[in-house]
Design a protein around this ligand. Sequence first.
Ligand SMILES: [Zn+2]
Length: 296
Amino acid sequence: MIAPVVILVSAAVAAAPAPRTLRLDYLHTGSATEERFAFDGLVLEGPWPGPPDRLVDDTNLGKYLYEVRDRKSDTLLYSRGFASIYGEWETTGEAKERSRGFSESVRFPEPRQPVRVVLKKRGRGNEFEEAWSVSVDPADPAIDRSGPSAARAWAVIESGEPRDKVDLLLSQAAKWKDLIAPGTPLPTPWPKEAFEAAQREIQERRRRIRAEKRPEQEMEALFLEERERITKLLASGPHAGKVGAFEGALYEAKGYYRPQADCIMFTRDQLAFCAVCRRAIERVIGLYARPAGAGR
Ligand SMILES: [Zn+2]
């Protein structure tokens, strides 16, 4: 199941003048064994809503990273790490059976001169490696300059200038070695067999409720029962609440590790983000909204 968590910190109408925002649309296609990118188009949007002093992303977060580099000097003008639906989808069972494509976009301040947009992806050593690049000339007559559609927009929550605020779409973080207490066994034991047995049993009961066309209340009751049971189970292990490396993450029971036994990125239990998710979220918020000049 793909369940991105959206945290809306602020939604505000842009107010600051120049530069404008340039949006690069591309198609991201592939399967579990192949990945391709294809140029789709360029769109000139409204004023750049980001802070003018944090153009380079120094968080080292995200599965992908895009860089905007001056075409002549190769100077880095803008960069951001990100996670995409494609990046999540390619880890699912479906990616082993068929290819799929997703429309994706990256945005950056409209450059004054021709640039190269470089898309990177984490390789085997977790380092970013170039996956695709495309030349962008801000003078290109093919850029769509028609502006936003006439749809009326209004702020639901407005908590300040957009350049100091953030609208976030979050996914898994990368490294957390420094948060693991010394002496914690790795991989970290947790009630994995009991968890998987419970999941199988609940799935079977869910399947039966559907097959027998039982009332929807039974499904909701099962969901609440599942949540209570899983919460208790994951709180019962010897390292519950601690940071470690717990096998079973990213929709795979084996080979992927998560930092805590339970986290709302893993279950739908009623608890907060784990320590590692929390730190990643704070870093990304800080990249946009920390006071200028403040450290991380
Ligand atoms: Zn987490």
